[in-house]
Design a protein around this ligand. Structure first.
Ligand code: GDP
Length: 166
């Protein structure tokens, strides 16, 4: 019998790092070069199969406003904090969001840290530095490009595996 597993995800991070693009690449297999800004946050779902399990991802694409944070703190199983590898300020912002999450959410909430836009050559945030940081704070770390589709399936598969193995 196929078991249905619902995983609630929230995407957080500075504006323009690519949160909406990552989610849309995964859900709709498409990428838009000049995406209009998501104004009020969006909700999307996607079903996947992993072994004998059917996974339904319920995804919140969160706009960077405090009122939304509280909502996801209470409801998400996984928080994906995204930064842009070509923008060091967005990594600083990611670190401050992680500090906030660590102090406010249930320790059971899984935090993924995702460096996006690896297709661009103007990198400012070295992979090794983030690896060390992620290890120190017990985060799962991946790099992606919503444009080329690099690593996008991987993050959702890793999220699913995390819950299937429990
Ligand atoms: P959000 O505000 O974090 O949701 O960011 P968006 O998904 O709206 O993306 C902001 C801009 O970055 C858009 O113009 C996207 O086309 C672009 N973008 C998003 N992901 C990537 C990526 O992986 N590579 C490149 N080159 N551009 C990206």
């Amino acid at each position: 019998v196929n078991q249905l597993l619902v995983i609630k995800l929230a995407f957080l991070g500075e504006s323009t790092v690519g949160k909406t693009s990552i989610v849309h690449k995964f859900v709709n297999y498409e990428f838009q070069e000049n995406r209009e800004q998501t104004i009020n946050g969006a909700f999307l779902t996607q079903k996947c199969r992993l072994g004998d399990k059917i996974i339904r991802f319920e995804i919140w694409d969160i706009v960077d406003r405090k009122s939304y944070h509280t909502l996801i703190y209470r409801n998400a199983h996984v928080v994906v904090v995204v930064y842009d590898v070509t923008n060091v300020d967005s990594f600083d912002k990611a670190k401050s969001l992680i500090r906030e999450l660590k102090s406010q959410v249930d320790p059971k909430v899984v935090i993924f840290l995702v460096g996006n836009k690896i297709d661009l050559s103007e990198r400012q945030v070295p992979t090794e530095e983030v690896k060390d940081y992620a290890l120190e704070f017990g985060l799962l770390f991946y790099e992606t490009s919503a444009k080329t589709d690099d690593g996008i399936r991987t993050i959702f598969t890793k999220i699913a595996e995390k819950f299937v193995s429990d």
